[in-house]
Design a protein around this ligand. Structure first.
Ligand SMILES: [Zn+2]
Length: 230
């Protein structure tokens, strides 16, 4: 492969903007969690009304038709681990604008984070302390994938980056440890899939998981990474 012109453009703004969403409040056994799609900010951007243009609003989505999405990513944590999605796509806490198609999983600092898909490490940062609460203090890993998509793993713990820029990784590899760095209300992993990261700030795009049910997780529900993939 030729020289990779890695443009480190606006890294702070590339990863800032996620607080983590609301901690889950106890839900009575028979009470349905609130459907995040009712907070439908994607209507601000008709261009993102989605493949097929149906505007179908299925659980977990916002402004696109989830059925048109081909799952390409694993949940970003090891098989068998169980975590709650505290903020999903278009979550009202901070998943708006360029961050609208994002997922926040609450997890203890130091939880292994895995590569959700084969790729090459685009950029990383791992030297910031946990718990500062400041935008721009995020530790992160960004992987680049063969179709021009990027997966991003944000709020990692200090020294919780195990990969180097330019390194090839395989789906399922442990690449780092989750944390509480940057603008983060509580320890969690922010995961999203983005595009256009070489041209400027990344723009998140809809994504779905191979080993989650449903493939687009819903807020306040708990997800376990299932073994294997479809
Ligand atoms: Zn987030």
């Amino acid at each position: 492969m030729g020289t990779r012109a890695i443009r480190i453009v606006s890294i702070a703004t590339a990863v800032a903007g996620c607080a983590g969403g609301a901690r889950p409040t106890p839900v009575a056994p028979n009470e349905e969690p609130r459907d995040p799609s009712t907070d439908h900010r994607a209507t601000e951007d008709p261009a993102r009304s989605g493949p097929g243009g149906t505007g179908a609003r299925l659980e977990g989505g916002c402004g696109f038709a989830p059925t048109a999405l081909t799952p390409k990513y694993l949940l970003p944590f090891p098989e068998g681990e169980l975590f709650t999605l505290t903020q999903g796509n278009c979550g009202r806490a901070s998943h708006a604008g360029r961050f609208r198609y994002s997922f926040d999983f609450e997890m203890p600092i130091g939880t292994p984070v895995i590569a959700a898909r084969d790729g090459v490490v685009f950029t990383v940062r791992g030297d910031r302390s946990d718990g500062t609460g400041r935008v721009g203090d995020e530790n992160f890993i960004i992987l680049e994938h063969e179709d021009g998509e990027y997966s991003r793993y944000i709020h990692l713990t200090r020294a919780g980056v195990f990969v180097l820029r330019g390194q090839a990784v395989s789906r399922g590899d442990t690449i780092g440890l989750s944390g509480h760095s940057g603008r983060s209300a509580f320890p969690h992993l922010h995961f999203d899939v983005a595009e256009a990261c070489r041209a400027g700030p990344c723009q998140t795009v809809p994504s779905a998981f191979l080993n989650a049910e449903p493939p687009i997780p819903s807020e306040r529900r708990t997800y376990s990474a299932r073994g294997g993939s479809r």
